[in-house]
Write a protein that binds this ligand. Structure first.
Ligand code: HEM
Ligand SMILES: *[C@@H]1O[C@H](CO)[C@@H](O)[C@H](O)[C@H]1NC(C)=O
Ligand SMILES: *[C@@H]1O[C@H](CO)[C@@H](O)[C@H](O)[C@H]1NC(C)=O
Ligand SMILES: *[C@@H]1O[C@H](CO)[C@@H](O)[C@H](O)[C@H]1NC(C)=O
Ligand SMILES: *[C@@H]1O[C@H](CO)[C@@H](O)[C@H](O)[C@H]1NC(C)=O
Ligand SMILES: *[C@@H]1O[C@H](CO)[C@@H](O)[C@H](O)[C@H]1NC(C)=O
Ligand SMILES: CC(=O)N[C@H]1CO[C@H](CO)[C@@H](O)[C@@H]1O
Length: 329
C-alpha cells in the first residue's frame, strides 16, 4: 500500500471513529426534533409543583446521584422489584429506602408519554428534573445533555456496593468516586448537595451512641455541643428510626455555603461529611469554597453535576426507552 493510500486509510479510520463517537454521545437538545416540547414540559411540571413542595427538591437531586452511581445514569434506580424475576432491585437496597420522589418522576413521564410516546427516557427525566428542581429553589443551573437510554437491569447488591454509606471514611469515598471518573474536587462539590435536605437518625446515630462499636461512645470528630443537641432534641434513643433531622440546620432549604461552614465547625452530620475535612487536599477545597463567593460554588457544583450526569450512560441502541419508569418494557 502506498504512502498516500495509507494516509487516506488513517484519515478514514479517524473520521469513522469521530462519527461513531459522536453518535454515542449525549448532546444538548437531543429531543429538539423527536419531541421538541420535552424539556419545556419537564420544566413547567417542576415550576408548577416544587414551589409548593420545596422539600422535594432535595430527594430529586439525590435521585440522580443514586441513579448515576449504580450502572450509570440509566434510571435503574426506578425499577420495581418483580415477583416473577424474584430479584431485589436497587430500590430494595437499604440506601434507597429513604429515597423519595418516585411519584414525581412518574408524573413527568406520563405527560411526556402523552406528548410523544416512547421517546424520552426515564434517565433523561431524572437528570432534567434534578437540575430544574435545584434551580427552582434558588440553586445553581447547569446544562443537561440528553440522549440517555434506560437500563433493563437493577440489582440490590450493586446498589449496596456503589452507593457509599454515611459512615464511609475518606479513602472509601475517594475510591468509589474515582471508580465513576469523579475526582476529589467532585467529591467535595457534590457532597455540597447536603446543603439541602434531611436525614433519618440511623444514618448517623452510631456517631452519637455507639462509636466504639461496643454500645457506647461518641465520635470525637463531631462537635460535642451539636452531638448533645442531637441526642436531647432529635435522635433521643439509639434505635429511633423515624425522626427527621435537617442536614444543614437553619438553612436546609437554601442552596448555600453553610454546609461547608458547618464542616469546618465539625458539625457535618454524617461521618462521610466529616471525612472531607480529614484530607488536606479536600480541606483546602472546602476553605476555598467557604472564602469564595457563592457564585463560585454554584459554577463548580454545576460542572461536577455535568460530569456525574455522564457516568456510564447508555446511548445509541443500548438499553431502551421505558414506557413506564418502574418497569422494563
Ligand atoms: C459522598 C457520599 C454521600 C453519602 C455517604 C451520602 C449519604 C446520604 C445519606 C445517608 C442521606 C440521608 C438518608 C436518610 O437518612 O434519610 C443523604 C441525603 C441526601 N443526599 Fe447524600 N450522600 C452522598 C453524596 C451525595 C451526592 C453526590 C448528592 C447529590 C449530588 C447527594 C444528595 C443528597 C440529598 C439532596 C439528600 C437529602 C435527601 C432528602 O431530603 O430526602 N448526596 N445522603
Ligand atoms: C430479574 O432477574 C432476571 C433473571 O435473573 C433478569 O433477567 C432480569 O433482568 C432482572 N430484572 C431486573 C429489573 O433487574
Ligand atoms: C447482582 O450483582 C451481584 C454483584 O455484582 C451479582 O453477584 C449477582 O449475581 C447479581 N444478581 C443478579 C440477579 O443478577
Ligand atoms: C476505610 O473503610 C474501609 C471500608 O470499611 C476499610 O476497609 C478501610 O480500612 C478504612 N480505611 C481507613 C484508613 O480507616
Ligand atoms: C454497636 O455497633 C456494633 C458494630 O457496628 C454493633 O455490632 C452493635 O450491635 C451496636 N450496638 C448497639 C447497642 O447498637
Ligand atoms: C424501626 O424501628 C421499629 C422499632 O424499633 C421496627 O419495628 C421497624 O421495623 C423499624 N423500621 C425500619 C424501617 O427499620
Ligand atoms: C422495595 C422497596 O422497599 N421500595 C421502597 C423504596 O423506597 C420507596 C420510597 O421510600 C418506597 O416507596 C418503596 O416501597
Amino acid at each position: 500500500m502506498g504512502y498516500s493510500n495509507m494516509m487516506i486509510m488513517v484519515f478514514l479510520a479517524i473520521a469513522i471513529a469521530i462519527v461513531g463517537f459522536a453518535e454515542a454521545q449525549l448532546k444538548l437538545g437531543y429531543y429538539s426534533e423527536s419531541c421538541p416540547k420535552a424539556e419545556a414540559i419537564v420544566e413547567s411540571f417542576v415550576h408548577q409543583h416544587i414551589p409548593h413542595a420545596q422539600s422535594l427538591a432535595a430527594p430529586l437531586l439525590r435521585m440522580q446521584f443514586h441513579d448515576c452511581f449504580v450502572r450509570g445514569c440509566d434510571a435503574s434506580v426506578l425499577l420495581d422489584r418483580t415477583e416473577a424475576g424474584n430479584n431485589d432491585t436497587e430500590k430494595t437496597a437499604n440506601p434507597n429506602l429513604t429515597l423519595r420522589g418516585f411519584g414525581f418522576i412518574d408524573g413527568v413521564k406520563s405527560l411526556l408519554e402523552e406528548e410523544c410516546p416512547g421517546v424520552v427516557s426515564c434517565a433523561d427525566i431524572i437528570a432534567l428534573v434534578a437540575r430544574d428542581s435545584v434551580w427552582t429553589i434558588g440553586g445553581p443551573w447547569w446544562p443537561v445533555t440528553t440522549g440517555r437510554r434506560d437500563g433493563r437491569i437493577s440489582n440490590e447488591t450493586e446498589a449496596l456496593q456503589n452507593i457509599p454509606p454515611p459512615f464511609s471514611n475518606f479513602s472509601s469515598l475517594q475510591t468509589i468516586f474515582v471508580s465513576k471518573g469523579l475526582d476529589l474536587k467532585d467529591l467535595v462539590l457534590l457532597s455540597g448537595a447536603h446543603t439541602i435536605g434531611v436525614a433519618h437518625c440511623p444514618s448517623f446515630s452510631e456517631r452519637l451512641y455507639n462509636f466504639t462499636g461496643r454500645g457506647y461512645g461518641q465520635d470525637p470528630s463531631l462537635d460535642s455541643e451539636y452531638a448533645t443537641n442531637l441526642m436531647t432534641r432529635k435522635c433521643t434513643t439509639p434505635t429511633d428510626n423515624t425522626t427527621i433531622v435537617e442536614m444543614d440546620p437553619g438553612s436546609h432549604r437554601t442552596f448555600d455555603l453553610s454546609y461547608y461552614k458547618l464542616l469546618l465547625k465539625r458539625r457535618g452530620l454524617f461521618e462521610s461529611d466529616a471525612a472531607l475535612t480529614k484530607s488536606s487536599t479536600t480541606l483546602s477545597y472546602i476553605k476555598e469554597l467557604v472564602n469564595g463567593p457563592l457564585e463560585t460554588f454554584f459554577a463548580e457544583f454545576s460542572k461536577s453535576m455535568v460530569k456525574m450526569g455522564d457516568v456510564e450512560v447508555l446511548t445509541g441502541s443500548a438499553g431502551e426507552i421505558r414506557k413506564q419508569c418502574a418497569f422494563v418494557n
